[in-house]
Design a protein. Structure first.
Length: 121
């Protein structure tokens, strides 16, 4: 997610969002970033490279998301002459959109709160 511009001397409230299912992370910032890159390039290994993740980290994130949601978030295909690939499922697209919307809502709430460290006048 893009950083907001900051006034000199102003403090910025920030928050992190993750969604849990049965107490286990189902989507995190890293998972959302990975889903976005998979949707763009159609490859898990390329998405991992673009995010500076190891392939193992990317694969484990996808596996965790696929296991925790009722249907796979990412669908993969085995390589052949043209190589394999990965696509974000319809569920993955919906969850990613809702996750990014939630992040924006929280960002707006934190912006509206202002600087809590600034003395009241």
């Amino acid at each position: 997610m893009k950083q907001r511009a900051r006034r000199p001397g102003a403090r910025v409230l920030r928050g992190r969002v993750w969604v849990e299912i049965d107490g286990k992370p189902a989507i995190t910032e890293a998972g959302a970033d990975l889903l976005e890159q998979i949707a763009i390039c159609g490859s898990l290994s390329e998405a991992a490279r673009r995010l500076h993740f190891s392939y193992r980290r990317a694969w484990l994130l996808v596996e965790a998301m696929n296991q925790r949601w009722p249907a796979p978030m990412v669908k993969t295909s085995i390589g052949g002459r043209r190589g394999g690939g990965a696509t974000v499922s319809e569920l993955g697209q919906r969850v990613l959109g809702a996750y990014r919307d939630l992040q924006l809502q929280i960002e707006h709430l934190l912006d509206a709160a202002g600087d809590p460290f600034k003395p009241a006048v």
